[in-house]
Write a protein that binds this ligand. Structure first.
Ligand SMILES: CC(C)(COP(=O)(O)OP(=O)(O)OC[C@H]1O[C@@H](n2cnc3c(N)ncnc32)[C@H](O)[C@@H]1OP(=O)(O)O)[C@@H](O)C(=O)NCCC(=O)NCCS
Length: 383
């Protein structure tokens, strides 16, 4: 029996290495910290590949050739529709339900209609097919649920648009500009994968019991929802809204830090000197703000970023700029985290497949701190 002593007690599993992975590396060059997907630095990927290429890389192990990409795009585009019964369910759920809850239900329903529904959970090829379909369908599900929540009818996906452009089209009913598409596509690539974060860990734990890939993604969606994880991008926008304008930012952050408030969009369990995704996305936020001719939120964010970094030693994480970018793209706040999920599904799926290809049940121990052993009294003697 493995021991659960003080020596191997790591609250929050901080610093614990529980898996080997070939999917993401957070060591960076010379151990300085950074992010690479299957050996390609995120800075390089951000400049040169689309979300579809990044998703292919994560699922299939390397960047696609042109013909592989054409075939991958064909498969994704052919899988974009979601069952009518799921649309009916979205219409039926109470209007006050958070879109992350709707999405969690949506993924579960999609499992029932998948062509490989009864495949062996360890069937690698079936899992890749399911993953590709989920990447395509989750985007449609997020857009459809968002429109229904606004009282609008869902818009059918278009097979002539990229993943990013099609999502914005399904959400808004009009084709996005090339600049909007590029910025949104980049955010999806940056959100696509991040090693053993809480939601990916949850997905791998579920898979490690030899459960199926949809169940693992449902676990991941539920885990991503929390404010300390994916939910932080919605909360980051709330910070900016509470501040309201550049002139108020310095005083607001001074007061918030004095109150020991946790500033959403800052800090990270692994990156202690900065999140490379935040650096990349900040540049693009500035470009989009310039293009729309309104840099109010860039000027509001700047003093907050400076104060939290200088006074608390906490640089921004990716959720800080992504909240502003999605605001510029006129996306409603409650679907910021579902968008994170529809991007991250590529990474989640890659991890689930890696786990199932070389599985060991995840079963850690807990250190017991409860009552000492005692005997059960008959109910009449319990006082
Ligand atoms: C991401 C996060 C959970 C990682 O935290 P962690 O490694 O577990 O660090 P802890 O929660 O133990 O915090 C360590 C210290 O930093 C402080 N801290 C951490 N993040 C902070 C933040 N965003 N704002 C203010 N203080 C923060 C804590 O209050 C704590 O201070 P103390 O030692 O004086 O009590 C944390 O930084 C956080 O809550 N950030 C905001 C949520 C967020 O943006 N999440 C998205 C992550 S990609």
């Amino acid at each position: 029996m493995s021991s659960a002593s003080e020596d191997n007690f790591f609250p929050g599993l901080e610093g614990v290495v529980s898996n080997e992975t070939a999917i993401a590396d957070m060591q960076g060059t010379e151990g300085q910290g950074g992010l690479a997907y299957r050996g390609y630095a995120i800075e390089d990927l951000a400049e040169k590949v689309s979300y579809e290429e990044a998703a292919f890389l994560l699922l299939h192990g390397d960047l696609p050739t042109q013909s592989q990409l054409d075939e991958f795009n064909g498969r994704l585009r052919a899988s974009r529709s979601i069952p009518d019964s799921l649309v009916s369910l979205f219409r039926a759920v109470p209007s006050n339900v958070h879109p992350m809850d709707t999405l969690r239900t949506g993924v579960s329903v999609l499992a029932h209609y998948d062509q490989d529904v009864n495949a062996d959970p360890k069937d690698h090829d079936a899992n890749v097919r399911k993953a590709e379909r989920l990447i395509a369908q989750m985007a449609t599900a997020v857009a459809a649920a968002a429109r229904i929540a606004r009282g609008q009818d869902p818009i059918a996906p278009r097979a002539d648009l990229s993943h990013a452009a099609n999502f914005l089209y399904m959400l808004n009913g009009s084709e996005p500009s090339p600049a909007e598409t590029d910025a949104f596509d980049l955010s999806l690539t940056l959100y696509a994968e991040h090693e053993l974060n809480a939601s990916t860990f949850a997905a791998r734990v579920t898979a490690s019991t030899l459960s199926d890939i949809h169940s693992a993604i449902v676990s991941a969606v539920g885990t991503l929802k929390g404010a300390l994880h994916g939910g932080a991008n919605e909360r980051s926008w709330e910070v900016l809204e509470r501040v309201g304008a550049p002139d108020h930012a310095e005083q607001w952050i001074k007061d918030a830090l004095a109150r020991k408030e946790r500033i959403m969009g800052f800090g990270h369990r692994v990156y202690k000197t900065g999140d490379p995704r935040a650096v990349i996305l900040k540049r693009h936020c500035q470009l989009v703000a310039k293009e729309i001719g309104d840099d109010r939120w860039e000027r509001t964010a700047e003093p907050i970023e400076r104060a939290v970094t200088e006074q608390k030693g906490l640089p921004p994480n990716v959720d800080w700029p992504s909240a502003r970018l999605y605001h510029y793209l006129k996306i409603e706040v409650p679907i910021y985290t579902p968008i994170f999920a529809m991007a991250r599904v590529a990474g989640w799926a890659a991890h689930v497949i890696e786990q199932l290809d070389s599985n060991r049940l995840m079963r850690p121990r807990a250190r017991y701190v409860g009552a000492p052993q005692r005997s059960v009294k008959p109910i009449t003697e319990r006082g």
